[in-house]
Design a binder for this molecule. Structure first.
Ligand SMILES: *[C@@H]1O[C@H](CO)[C@@H](O)[C@H](O)[C@H]1NC(C)=O
Ligand SMILES: *[C@@H]1O[C@H](CO)[C@@H](O)[C@H](O)[C@H]1NC(C)=O
Ligand SMILES: *[C@@H]1O[C@H](CO)[C@@H](O)[C@H](O)[C@H]1NC(C)=O
Ligand SMILES: *[C@@H]1O[C@H](CO)[C@@H](O)[C@H](O)[C@H]1NC(C)=O
Length: 740
């Protein structure tokens, strides 16, 4: 409904301006904490790289819906005092290797100020970002191995955002607020949820957590708001497995929003004016030229707003439910299939069948609640900053259950329900969620890769082992064994960094256990008002965590619960140890460090090795100019587009710059008004089907707020003649057109 033209990290600030909200009362100028925020462009390769999330071999990036960003806040007790950094990452999930490399960079900059113990890097779970940045093999199969460019873009952006936040540290205050988000998530495995004990379910009104927790950061000297971070659980699967445009999905969408004023102008003269302005043809430009055309430049921070992920395991944003694509009827309740076929059962978002609309709507619902919470946040946080962290080898934890019952976790393994996929993205034909058996053909195929040990088969029951990833080490480890767990404390707020996707009930059990442990051991430090949030997909990735009861059903989430039926029990036990240490002021053993597998990664994806335009053409020249409408003027909702001869976007990611701009004529000057970070502007990448040269199509969906006037579309790109030649930069603009 509303279109962002302001800085993505300015959106909440703008809202405050719009409603005339005064941030802090006079007399509260002196802050409790030092606070710093920062944000940086992390958009990876926009062509030819498999996207992380759906494991769909055909889902390779081919353009940009909007850019991906890293957003960081740091809080400290004083300039040398206890602190932590929380990093919100517009990626599917955190990656162990990314975390390792970021920590190395922080160590060389800041010594021991930022370490594994007090840095949390948390993915938003978009399924529309370039993959190949995780080190365990199973997570890089569809990306054909490790993709250096994806990886570097993420590591650099995290480092830069932390540096910005660190340099911004200033006294300020933090408020907390909570409320319920309506209609932005439903349970996608309700038949599994129903297996949890009735008396436990009776304590909750819904089968998903609706609560959003929001922190509001206010600068002490200026009393201006500088940031807002919120946590709420819903999957980043509003964009489907067929989408090829880079996008932050609904959480990224929530983080960029605002409106644009209207101007009334005489349309007839505009049309005549537009007719005289023809496409420019390609011209050369500099490496950073496109940054100057960016509508919202990264000025080092001002306001950073982030929407963080939580216990998202069984929560889908496709809130209309799942239906059979053939009959239109609801799918089988227990298996999410249609007469036995898993591929036919697909969830629908609120904008169905328009997934981009669904993304906006689910983003909007989170944004609206965050805005409400932001404006009504009055409860100031005070008290200690603290943290605890441990590495744990999850393959054989001894878990003590109630009543002295001793059980164990298992090496990682996936069941057939994993292969079935979910209603957000069906997987492989022939599997169903809930399967606890594997047919003989698949068993034979599995055994060619690795026959699971008997120990493993017994340990994982009732999961049937389809892939014994924790027993597979060739050519390098397929699954993580060592996982980091972490507790961050900011006064009464406790953040639990979990390296995966807890289901709703699994998350509730973990939060409750940690709270009880803190209260029991804290000597009055912690009380009923201690507020616990789960930060999902943080520091590394190890798929799902269901409850023991949900595990029995072996739907997708259970089949992807790697370490067996007692995975959740192990988490609760180990988090209780961290909580006890925090409550008693004791230190933790560090535990075994996770491996750095960077030197053994396979990379089979071929990078572009040099490009040239077809004979007689320059990069940036028009291939297909604006298709001028018969009326002479485009209306709101129309989609003027232009296609340029171009080179592969992988030659330069144009970080903090843009591949595409909508320019508006103001007086004699062209002013950029939308760029590739905007909802309304689509940058689409293809190869010409005759010459196989690159083509960049810029499509602008004229938003309702756009002013009447004369516009044109501009493209930026970069090329190399050969693999080792220097980058050459180019730009070109379409003919002008009128919007009325
Ligand atoms: C789902 O499975 C449960 C437990 O096996 C069974 O009781 C129930 O009838 C099934 N529901 C449907 C709709 O098939
Ligand atoms: C984790 O523990 C298992 C079982 O003790 C051991 O075989 C394995 O080497 C350990 N993994 C790592 C990465 O240390
Ligand atoms: C916490 O709340 C529960 C129920 O509301 C109450 O029974 C208990 O006494 C409270 N505990 C503390 C420490 O305030
Ligand atoms: C090439 O693509 C264009 C535009 O998508 C299409 O109209 C045309 O039929 C295609 N030509 C061939 C040879 O596939």
């Amino acid at each position: 409904m509303m279109e962002s033209i302001m800085n993505p990290h300015l959106h909440l600030l703008s809202l405050i301006v719009v409603v005339g909200f005064v941030c802090a009362k006079v007399g509260e100028a002196n802050g409790q904490y030092l606070i710093g925020v920062g944000s940086y462009d992390m958009t990876g390769p926009a062509a030819g790289v498999n996207m992380m999330g759906y494991a769909n071999l055909e889902q390779n990036s081919a353009g940009i819906h909007f850019r991906l960003r890293v957003r960081t806040f740091i809080v400290a007790e004083s300039s040398k005092g206890t602190r932590f950094a929380f990093v919100n990452l517009d990626a599917g999930m955190a990656s162990q290797l990314v975390t390792v490399k970021v920590l190395e960079k922080l160590k060389s900059r800041y010594g021991n100020l930022y370490t594994e113990e007090n840095v949390a890097i948390s993915g938003i779970h978009t399924h529309a970002g370039p993959g190949g940045y995780l080190q365990y093999l199973i997570y890089s199969i569809t990306s054909l191995g490790f993709v250096q460019q994806s990886f570097d873009a993420i590591v650099t952006a995290i480092e830069q955002s932390i540096v910005l936040a660190h340099n911004n540290l200033k006294p300020g205050s933090i408020s907390i607020n909570t409320g319920e988000v309506e209609n932005a998530g439903i349970n996608r495995s309700p038949s599994a949820y129903l297996l949890n004990p009735a008396e436990e379910r009776a304590r909750y009104s819904t089968n998903v957590d609706k609560e959003m927790t929001l922190l509001k950061f206010v600068d002490g000297a200026s009393e201006k708001s500088i940031g807002a971070f919120s946590w709420y659980a819903t999957h980043g699967t509003s964009m489907s497995r067929d989408n090829k445009l880079i996008s932050g999905d609904n959480k990224g969408a929530a983080a960029r929003r605002l409106k644009f004023s209207n101007l009334l102008t005489e349309i007839g003269t505009l049309i005549k004016k537009a007719q005289t302005i023809k496409a420019t043809g390609g011209t050369t430009c500099g490496k950073t030229t496109s940054q100057g055309f960016k509508v919202r430049k990264n000025d080092g921070s001002l306001f950073v707003g982030a929407f963080c992920q939580s216990n998202v395991g069984d929560v889908t944003p496709n809130v209309l439910g799942a239906f059979c694509t053939d009959s239109g009827k609801p799918c089988d309740f227990n298996h999410s299939s249609c007469h036995g076929n898993d591929l036919l059962c697909v969830g629908r978002g609120p904008g169905y069948p328009d997934e981009i609309l669904s993304t906006k709507i689910i983003g909007e619902r989170q944004f609206q609640k965050a805005s409400d919470l932001f404006m009504s946040a009055t409860e100031r946080l005070s008290g200690k900053i603290d943290y605890r962290h441990a590495y744990i080898n999850f393959t054989n934890i001894d878990v003590e259950l109630d009543g002295n019952n001793k059980v164990k976790t298992c090496p990682a393994a996936l069941g057939p329900g994993f292969a079935a996929g979910t209603t957000d993205g069906p997987g492989v034909f022939g599997f169903q969620q809930g399967d606890t058996e594997i047919n003989e053909l698949w068993k034979k195929l599995r055994d060619l890769l690795k026959k699971p040990s008997q120990y493993q088969e017994d340990c994982q029951k009732p999961k049937a082992v389809l892939l014994s990833s924790g027993e597979m080490f060739e050519p390098y480890a397929w699954a993580p064994a060592i996982l980091p767990i972490q507790i961050l404390r900011l006064g009464k707020l406790i953040i639990l960094s979990v390296p995966g996707e807890f289901t709703t009930m699994a998350g509730r059990r973990l939060r409750e256990a940690v709270k009880n442990t803190l209260i029991t051991n804290g000597n009055g430090e912690f009380g009923n008002d201690t507020h616990i949030v789960i930060a999902g997909l943080t520091n590394t990735y190890s798929q799902y965590i269901t409850t023991f009861e949900e595990y029995a059903h072996q739907r997708y989430e259970a089949a992807s619960t790697l370490y067996g039926p007692y995975t959740l029990s192990a988490y609760i036990q180990e988090f209780n140890e961290l909580a006890k240490a925090m409550a008693k002021g004791e230190q933790m053993m560090k535990g075994p460090s996770p491996p750095d597998l960077s030197s053994v990664q396979l990379s089979l994806l071929i990078n572009p090795t040099g490009d040239s335009p077809p004979p007689g053409v320059k990069f940036g020249d028009i291939k297909q100019d604006i298709n001028q409408p018969k009326t002479g003027s485009f209306q709101k909702g129309d989609k003027p587009s232009a296609t340029f001869w171009s080179a592969d976007p992988r030659y330069d990611l144009l970080t903090e710059g843009t591949y595409a701009v909508v320019e508006m004529l103001q007086g004699q000057q062209w002013i950029p008004v939308y760029d590739d970070d905007d909802f309304s502007l689509f940058f689409k990448w293809t190869l010409d089907n005759v010459t196989f040269n690159g083509l960049a199509t810029i499509e602008w969906e004229v938003p309702p707020q756009a002013s009447s006037g004369v516009y044109r579309l501009r493209h930026f790109g970069s090329s190399k003649k050969t693999k080792d030649s220097p980058n050459e930069y180019f730009t070109g603009a379409s003919s002008a057109f009128t919007v009325s």
